[in-house]
Design a protein around this ligand. Structure first.
Ligand code: C2E
Ligand code: CA
Ligand code: CA
Length: 572
């Protein structure tokens, strides 16, 4: 494995990355200082002239008197000569000190100048200086008939790496990524760190030859994706790149400038992130519409949260052996006034990104607990939890608070954690699972088979159940591989004494095939699509499975037993 060395000294900025931006403050001449230099030098020169004048008369007298001449040297002239010598020495020393002082000050100012324009961590240009440097490159490119490509990129999973390995490792990763990019960029290019994990690389290419930039982007992707060693850790990251070119970018007033390039590259980078990351995209005007739609979605989600537009839907969970209904999985839906019924695959990732997932999830779970409290007490409720919620150390407490508020027994609640969450922070997940289990909440591992969890992880986390991902189940009788996978997950579950739920049962054939393999709980479109609370209620009423409504406190006859929430016990 090629492990780049992360212990990098702070590379001092290479001159080509610190193109001196137009209009930026240059190091000023130290006028006052220089005047004092001149005065000191003037005194020394005057003293030398006087020395020559006075010395010309008095020195012969001194020499004659040494060789026994009768005439003694003129005392006043000799004193003047000595004074001259002292002045010359004084003037010269003063001049030398001042020159040194000025040199030091110049160096300090130069350093302050560099610091103001560069990023101290990576030595790249910073957000302030990249604009003027790009504008300068645009001018040079125009005069030589070339095109400027502005590549904006950031590290795909930087926050997680920082959270997991600490800021020192995060800094080392940023430094190493910057160095790798710098090594690949053609001479004369600009590299800037705009803040956090966001960088810009600006380079020139020949008109009509965008493949030159494609090749560069591919190399950047490959270089940064190589594993990096830091302090005994192996860190890995990827980047997503958005590219804007000066021949296709115009600001509002028709000009091309760094600001317009940055704006378009930003939109293209956002597109690259949405397309699965670790890739590059050139800006296209349609992407701006996509971004507008996305920002409307964000606003809609925030508004929908305050207006109660997120509602729980429910999917039946069946005991495949007996065909009996055993519970429901709650699946979120957004009843958007503008878009109609929206799937969680659309709004959950956005809610995660804009930081409202916990609030949304708690609203949904509270509503689901209220609904489920009216069902027969033997029916369980499963809820899905996002990886982001698992990062909250108070998550278990929040769930317990919701249970208490809804007066709902913990033993009827099951929390589904997707397998991919386990890679985030296994320590936190473990303590969270333990505290939830201690309260009687069951935990199942969702989408099993898609996230490469190890056997060791499975046994150390004490799940109550695993759910085989629907991608395997729904193709069980069409694909031999899928069937083999389901079989091996089944025997794994049996070996570890873990009950299994098969998701995505769409047909009778799949159901029959599953039943030959072992004991399962199951769910899928064969039993009906997920439906709203009222539909569930009607269905349960028909089956005689509405239970709890008559035991609300208001309905209780004096002396009737109250169903207290059970805070312990295992899940059935
Ligand atoms: P999931 O947990 O794997 O949920 C099952 C998904 O498969 C649901 O999609 C369900 O409608 C769909 N499904 C069920 N049976 C079948 C079937 O037989 N065939 C096919 N093709 N699909 C079937 P949905 O409701 O769109 O949910 C998608 C995902 O969104 C869920 O996947 C879950 O990961 C996530 N999600 C849903 N609600 C929440 C929530 O409240 N919080 C969080 N964090 N995630 C949620
Ligand atoms: Ca699920
Ligand atoms: Ca699932």
């Amino acid at each position: 494995m090629d492990l780049g060395d992360l212990h990098l000294p702070n590379a001092s900025p290479a001159p080509e990355f610190v193109a001196s931006p137009a209009g930026s403050p240059r190091i000023g001449p130290h006028v006052a200082k220089a005047q004092r230099d001149v005065v000191a030098l003037g005194i020394a020169i005057a003293a030398i002239i006087m020395f020559v004048g006075a010395g010309g008369r008095v020195l012969p007298q001194i020499v004659q008197s040494w060789f026994g001449g009768a005439q003694a040297p003129d005392a006043a002239l000799a004193n003047a000569l000595l004074l001259n010598i002292a002045l010359i020495i004084f003037g010269w020393r003063r001049y030398r000190d001042l020159t040194r002082e000025v040199g030091e000050r110049r160096r300090a100012e130069q350093q302050a100048f560099v610091l103001a324009l560069t990023d101290p961590l990576t030595g790249c240009l910073n957000r302030r200086s990249v604009g003027p440097a790009t504008d300068e490159l645009l001018l040079t490119a125009q005069s030589s008939d070339r095109v400027v490509a502005f590549l904006l990129f950031d590290l795909d999973n930087f926050k997680a790496i920082n959270d997991l390995n600490g800021h020192v490792a995060g800094d080392a990763l940023l430094n190493a990524a910057a160095l790798r990019v710098r090594n690949v960029l053609p001479a004369g290019s600009i590299l800037a760190r705009l803040g956090g994990d966001e960088f810009a690389a600006v380079t020139v290419f020949e008109p009509g030859r965008p493949e030159q930039v494609d090749r560069l982007a591919d190399r950047l992707l490959a270089e940064v994706a190589k594993p990096m060693a830091h302090d005994g850790l192996t860190l890995e990251t990827t980047i997503s790149i958005g590219i804007a070119s000066s021949d296709k970018t115009r600001a509002g007033d028709g000009r091309i400038d760094a600001q317009a390039l940055l704006h378009n590259a930003d939109i293209a980078m956002y597109h690259a992130k949405n397309q699965g990351r670790n890739c590059h995209y050139w800006f296209e005007p349609e992407m701006a519409n996509e971004l507008r739609f996305r920002s409307e979605l964000e606003t809609g989600i925030r508004r929908g949260l305050t207006r109660g537009e997120f509602v729980p839907f429910y999917e039946q969970q069946i005991d495949l052996e007996t065909g009996e209904l055993v519970g429901f999985e709650m699946l979120a839906r957004w009843q958007s006034p503008a878009l109609g019924l929206v799937s969680p695959d659309i709004f959950i990732p956005i809610a995660e990104e804009i930081g409202v997932i916990a609030e949304m999830s708690e609203q949904l779970i509270a509503a689901a607990l209220r609904d489920a409290a009216t069902w027969d007490p033997k029916l369980t409720l499963s809820v899905n939890i996002s990886a982001i919620q698992l990062r909250d150390p108070w998550f278990a407490q929040r769930i317990l608070k919701l249970l208490v508020e809804a007066n709902f027994p913990a033993s009827r609640l099951e929390i589904e954690i997707t397998e991919s969450c386990l890679h985030e922070n296994i320590g936190v997940v473990r303590s969270l699972i333990t505290s939830l289990k201690n309260q009687g909440v069951a935990i199942s591992l969702d989408d099993f088979g898609t996230g490469y969890s190890s056997l060791a992880q499975l046994s150390s986390l004490q799940f109550d159940r695993i759910k085989i991902d629907r991608s395997f189940v729904s193709s069980i009788n069409a694909s031999k591989d899928a069937s083999t996978i389901v079989k091996s997950i089944t025997s794994l579950g049996e070996g570890m004494n873990l009950p299994i739920t098969a998701e995505g049962i769409e047909s009778r054939e799949v159901l029959d095939e599953l039943r030959t393999m072992g004991k399962f709980k199951g769910q899928g479109y064969l039993y009906g699509r997920p439906c709203d609370a009222q539909t569930v209620k009607t269905m349960l009423a028909e089956k005689g499975l509405l239970g709890h409504e008559r035991t609300t406190l208001l309905d209780l006859k004096p002396g009737a037993p109250v169903d207290a929430p059970k805070w312990s016990g295992t899940h059935g």
